[in-house]
Write a protein that binds this ligand. Sequence first.
Ligand SMILES: Cc1ncc(COP(=O)(O)O)c(C=O)c1O
Length: 402
Amino acid sequence: MKKLVDTIATEDRHMPPFFTKLPLSIERGEGIYVWDESGRRYIDFTAGWGVTCLGHAHPAITGALTEQGRKIIQNPNSGLTYSPARAQLIALLTGILPSNLTRVFFSSSGAEANDAVIKLARKVTGRMDVVSTEQSFHGRTISTASATGQAKHRERFNPLMPNYIFVPYGDVGAIAEVLGEQTAAVILEPIQGEGGVNVPPEGYLRDVENLCRKAGACLIVDEVQTGFCRTGPMFAVTQLGVRPDFMTLAKGIAGGFPFGAFALSEAVSAKLEKGDHGGTYCGNPLGCAVAYTVIRHLVENDIEQNVKNVGALIHEQMLLWKDRFPAMIADVRGRGLLLAMEIADAATAERIFSEALKRGLILNLIQTKVIRLCPALNVTPGEAEMVLSILDEALEAAAEKD
Ligand SMILES: Cc1ncc(COP(=O)(O)O)c(C=O)c1O
């Protein structure tokens, strides 16, 4: 049957030119695989930017969507009425979050969650300054772009929100220097995702937490990318003993359904009042039911262990490649299944990307020369081995053209 709409032509003609798109029109997916409109199969090793943590079309997710969809999608008067789907998710979340985070509210994206907690941190401290880090990424709303430490997300949108201060990531001393009586919050990713998968020195977050306590500032940990087993543990802060005042969550939380959340401590919540925040969706039962199902699946299937095993397997291979292609691979880094290879230059990174795509493997290229590997968290060791052999061929081909 002739298609009614030419997908690529229509999107190119009628969407704003925000992205340099790949000529791929993806119609469906299953597990780590996706199929384009012509029926060609690809491997998605991007998990839709770290989102589809259980892979595509997971039956648990499609089941939750249809089951809850048949019951109720949006409550009457939204946040003004109670929802068993929401309460069930809250009970699950408060059981796995750092124990001081006893209150949870919901959003539809990561940026929205960060936007809210920045606003609330200003409210509860009565202070204005927000300390963020160079190379960070916290979203694309005007306040989260203002909190993002990358010029490309900021410089065209002046004037940005005032009172954001940037320090180098991983440098506790730099934070100590700028923290003061005007600091409402420090906002940090446990590992910088979009900024290039930058891992801070050990003890960094704990030291920053101590500095925040002394200064009376809030610590906001942005786990939008690192949360829900992406780096191994349920949250990147889980094993660090860090107790943030706010934590923000999105991406993997609902496996692809647009959803987000932020958690806060009892002490912070006690300083908030009716009307301080809200939103039309704010814990819509459909999103809550999907998130509940995804998180239960992560816990009950010990996805954390799978992430550690498969992550180690990929990491080991990346280290071998670094030795084999020293002129091409400048660095390998990451934790769990948030991994990266920094390539010597952007042109070579593009070549590796194209060679992989020719072989049916979709990679994620960030910061022009960093290949980020962030597959579904339930990827099997066998699937990972297969991807590594495709990537091996792609690296060989890119090296030959050097
Ligand atoms: C650490 C971090 N925070 C916030 C965001 C923004 O999330 P969203 O795109 O859902 O608004 C992202 C997105 O990549 C992120 O990686």
